[in-house]
Design a protein around this ligand. Structure first.
Ligand SMILES: Cc1ncc(COP(=O)(O)O)c(C=O)c1O
Length: 379
């Protein structure tokens, strides 16, 4: 974590609200992922935090990328193509994955020239891809249990295991190649059994496809879901990695290429926000602080990501339970109804750590307040 004194001096220099991206923390998370899952190539899920400098740092570390829209694709493309040749030599366009199962036709048409890998999960999408991006390689997104995940994704995405091979054969009949299977166990999954079940379901589909004569699948994409260490209840990453490695070893031959789409795991730990107290009131006997960042801005994950970010003060002293409100006129703009904070004055600074994922990425300009200024440390 960035030293508190450094955060204070950055806030003094740049003003608040501030969003500090620590590239050392980003590299550390990437290396941890690769060290414990050596068989798995990491495709950073750009949606977690699409900052171009994050893309560049991860690219230099050897990452590939998961994009879910044309603008995300361009963020990756534009930043990678300007990298020095040495850093670029490992780049293989085929290894970017467009992992949004439903794609607009104009996006497919634009992507077609790159021979992209794209996911799909229904028959309508197969026909759309055939017509608008016939050069694409396909990856079937499977519906898998998301039990206990902080963000559930399986109600919106994924083919049922029972229909999976029929879909693969339909694509094959149309002359498209289904290269493999993907799944997502739900974001911030602390129930590791979800991975065990998803891997078993995927292995069954590989087998059923072979039994029915389809032998072109050589890729398994184990998605995102890897939990960020928000608190002590999250087991250390090596514990999850061991579960995944055991199942991969048991169920998937060495020639199956394994990839993953970690977003939160890489981005969360690299972001710290700093805000200022702009007002103070006592409501129902509880001190309420109004700060210049809120749920329409860096704390957007409180709403969209079902996430909580403890708000901490730089000031020391006896604490009491307080409310923390964002700056807008909307009563929804509540960062927290219960934070342990010392007695703060207008102008005092507060901060939140591990706020790098699904935060600044979904900040708005609501009420005329712009998103926090971004600064980069240890680039
Ligand atoms: C298709 C896909 N891949 C990867 C991710 C990243 O997931 P996470 O941040 O849990 O690693 C998401 C998140 O919504 C997703 O929808």
């Amino acid at each position: 974590m960035i030293a508190l004194s450094r955060l204070q001096s950055l806030a003094k220099k740049h003003g608040t609200p501030l969003f500090v991206i620590d590239h050392d923390a980003l590299r550390k998370a990437y290396r941890l992922f690769r060290k414990h899952l050596p068989r798995v190539q990491a495709y950073y899920a750009v949606k977690a935090n699409p900052d171009a400098e994050i893309v560049r740092t991860l690219f230099k570390e050897g990452a590939s990328f998961d994009v879910a829209s044309m603008p995300e694709f361009k963020i990756v493309y534009e930043n990678i193509k300007s990298m020095p040749a040495k850093a670029r030599q490992d780049w293989i366009w085929d290894k970017i994955i467009y992992a949004n199962p439903t794609k607009p036709t104009d996006t497919l048409e634009e992507l077609n020239q790159y021979k992209p890998l794209v996911t799909f999960d229904n028959v309508e999408e197969i026909y759309k891809i055939k017509k608008h991006a016939p050069n694409a390689g396909l990856v079937l997104r499977l519906k898998v249990p998301n039990t206990g995940a902080m963000v559930e994704l399986s109600s919106k995405f994924g083919a049922l295991p029972g229909e999976a091979v029929d879909l693969i054969l339909t694509a094959d009949k149309l002359g498209l190649t289904v290269e493999g299977i993907s799944f997502h166990v739900g974001s911030q999954t602390t129930n590791f059994e979800n991975y065990v079940q998803a891997l078993a379901l995927s292995a069954n589909i590989f087998q059923e496809a072979r039994d029915r004569g389809y032998t072109k699948m050589n890729l398994l994409d184990i998605g995102g879901g890897f939990p960020a260490p928000y608190d002590d209840s999250v087991k250390p990453f090596p514990v999850l990695a061991k579960v995944i490695n055991n199942e991969l070893e048991r169920l998937f031959p060495k020639d199956i290429q394994i990839l993953a789409e970690p977003g939160r795991f890489l981005a969360a730990v690299c972001g710290t926000s700093v805000a200022s107290v702009i007002g103070k009131a006592v409501r129902d006997g509880k001190t309420s602080y109004y700060i210049n960042d809120g749920v329409y801005h860096t704390y957007s994950g409180v709403i969209f990501d079902h996430c909580k970010y403890p708000v901490k003060a730089f000031k020391k002293g006896a604490t009491s339970i307080c409310c923390v409100f964002g700056p807008t006129c909307d009563a929804l703009d509540v960062v927290s109804m219960a934070e342990n904070l010392p007695d703060l004055e207008r102008g005092d600074l507060v901060y939140s750590v591990n706020i790098g994922a699904y935060s600044h990425a979904s900040a708005t300009y609501f009420n005329g307040f712009p998103p926090a200024k971004v600064v980069h440390e240890n680039q």
